[in-house]
Design a protein around this ligand. Structure first.
Ligand code: TRP
Length: 343
C-alpha cells in the first residue's frame, strides 16, 4: 500500500536578539509563544541572533552569558530540539558570507531608508552609529534567505526589513537565476500588542526607561506580583478597553486575554465591575502560573552548560547543512571561482 504523500511543511525562520538577562512579556506573547506553536505545523528554524546584538556597544562576557540565557529560555518555553532547529547565528558562518553578497546588491539609498536604523541611530547621533547597525537589515535578509524560508513570523515593526528581504531575493533571482525562495509577508497580525506597565502608551521594550514597566519571564513570582499591582491604571473603576481614555487598563486586558485565551469582550463582560485590585491580582496569578515553570526550567538548563551547548551544536549542525547548500549555489551563480579542495 502506498502512503498518500504529505505536502512538505512550509519552512519558517525567525530570530531573537540576546540583549537582555531575560525575555519579557512582550517577547513571550509576541514571538516565543508563536514559535512554540509553529514547530508542529512548520519546518521551523529559530535563531539567537548574536551578530545582530553586536551592532550596538556591548560587553563580550555579558553577550556570551545572554546568548545561553536566550537559548535556555527558548527550550524552557517549549521549543523541542526534536521538532525544530534552534541555533546560534554565529555558529553558522554562512550568515555573514551571504550578508556580504546581499550587501553588494543593496542600494546605499535603499538601506538609508530603513526606519529602525533611523530610530536607533537617532538616539546616539548618526555619527556614533556603526556601519554594522546600518547593514543590520541585510544580515537579517541573509538569515532568512539562507534557509529558503517561506514565512517569517515577526511583528509589525519588522515589516520593512521583510520587504527588503523580499526585494533582495527577487533582485538576486532576476540577476543570477532562481536561487532564493521569496518569503511571504508573514506578519503576526492577531498577536497581542503589549505595552509598558508604567507607560501604557509605549510598547513594552527593554530600551524603555523603567524596569517596573516590564514583566520579565525570569522574574521571581513576588516581583511579578508587585509589578502588576503597581501597573498604571486610569481614572474610574470600570474595566473596559478604551485605548484613548484607559490605556493602562486596556493593556492589562490584552495581556489577560492573550494568556487566558479569552477575548477582551468576554473579559469586559465577566470582569467589568470586579475593580482594579481584584483584576490585577487575578492577572498576576495568570502571569506567575505561566512564567514560573519556564523560569524553573531555564535555571535548570543554565546549570548544565555542557548539555545546553550540546543542544546548540546539534541545532547548528542541522542549520549548517541547509546553509551550506544555499551558499554553494550562490557562490557558483555570482561567478566566484570555486576553489579546488586543498591537498
Ligand atoms: N530584527 C529582528 C528583531 O529585532 C530580529 C531578527 C534578526 C530576525 N534576524 C531575523 C527576525 C530573521 C526574523 C528573521 O526582532
Amino acid at each position: 500500500m502506498t502512503q498518500p504523500s504529505r505536502p512538505p511543511r512550509p519552512r519558517v525562520l525567525s530570530g531573537i536578539q540576546p540583549t537582555a538577562d531575560s525575555f519579557h512579556l512582550g517577547n513571550y506573547l509576541g514571538a516565543v509563544r508563536q514559535w512554540v506553536a509553529m514547530q508542529d505545523t512548520h519546518d521551523a528554524f529559530y535563531c539567537v541572533v548574536d551578530l545582530h546584538a553586536i551592532t550596538v556597544p556591548y560587553d563580550p562576557a555579558l553577550l556570551r552569558r545572554r546568548t545561553r540565557i536566550a537559548a535556555a529560555q527558548l527550550f524552557a518555553a517549549g521549543l523541542d530540539p526534536e521538532r525544530c532547529t534552534v541555533f546560534v547565528q554565529s555558529h553558522v558562518a554562512e550568515h555573514t558570507e551571504l550578508a556580504w553578497v546581499l550587501g553588494c546588491l543593496t542600494g546605499f539609498g535603499e538601506a538609508s531608508r530603513m526606519i529602525q536604523f533611523k530610530d536607533k541611530s537617532a538616539k546616539g547621533g548618526a555619527e556614533q552609529a556603526s556601519v554594522g547597525l546600518f547593514t543590520y537589515p541585510v544580515l537579517q535578509a541573509a538569515d532568512i534567505l539562507l534557509y529558503q524560508a517561506n514565512q517569517v513570523p515577526v511583528g509589525e515593526d519588522q515589516r520593512q526589513h521583510l520587504e527588503l528581504t523580499r526585494d533582495l531575493a527577487q533582485r538576486f533571482n532576476h540577476r543570477f537565476g532562481q536561487v532564493f525562495t521569496v518569503p511571504g509577508p508573514y506578519i503576526l497580525a492577531d498577536v497581542a500588542k503589549i505595552n509598558d506597565l508604567q507607560d501604557p502608551a509605549a510598547k513594552m521594550s527593554k530600551s524603555s526607561s523603567s524596569p517596573q514597566g516590564i514583566v520579565d519571564v525570569l522574574d521571581e513570582s513576588g516581583v511579578i506580583r508587585k509589578k502588576i499591582a503597581r501597573a498604571v491604571t486610569d481614572a474610574g473603576t470600570d474595566i473596559r478597553a478604551d485605548e484613548a481614555a484607559k490605556p493602562g487598563v486596556t493593556n492589562l486586558l490584552r495581556i489577560y486575554s492573550a494568556l487566558a485565551g479569552v477575548s477582551v469582550a468576554e473579559l469586559e463582560a465577566s470582569h467589568g465591575n470586579v475593580g482594579y485590585g481584584t483584576f490585577k491580582r487575578e492577572l498576576a496569578e495568570l502571569v506567575v502560573d505561566t512564567f514560573a515553570p519556564v523560569r524553573e526550567r531555564t535555571e535548570k538548563m543554565l546549570a548544565d552548560e555542557t548539555e545546553l551547548d550540546r543542544l546548540l551544536a546539534q541545532g547548528a549542525s542541522r542549520a549548517s547543512r541547509v546553509a551550506r547548500e544555499t551558499m554553494a549555489l550562490v557562490r557558483d551563480r555570482i561567478g566566484l571561482l570555486l576553489p579546488l579542495p586543498a591537498g
